[in-house]
Design a protein around this ligand. Structure first.
Ligand code: SF4
Length: 88
């Protein structure tokens, strides 16, 4: 692969990563709902996630990057841990 193609493909990857974040429904809401205090309610955040077009991309990103805190793709930290264990 030549240098120009490498640059073009890395731009495409970056664009893909950014494009789902641009469509994140949580960006239009209260971000604190997605990072509740320990024991706090996750209901409001999960309700927003249900209507989000990029839920799958968001969850995939969180699993790939081992995001430990907050609601991602409609799942809490504990739910993502369970999902990861089931996938092993
Ligand atoms: S799935 Fe939820 S956390 Fe992920 S981008 Fe959509 S609203 Fe935000």
């Amino acid at each position: 692969m030549n240098e120009l193609l490498l640059v073009a493909s890395s731009d495409a990857v970056e664009e893909t990563v950014l494009s789902w974040q641009d469509r994140a429904l949580c960006a239009q809401t209260d971000p604190e709902a997605f990072f509740p205090e320990k024991g706090g309610s996750t209901r409001e955040a999960k309700r927003v996630c249900v209507g989000c077009d990029v839920r799958a991309e968001c969850l995939e990103y969180a699993l790939e990057h081992d995001e430990r805190f907050g609601i991602w793709g409609g799942l809490s930290e504990r739910e993502r841990r369970k999902l990861r264990r089931r996938a092993v």
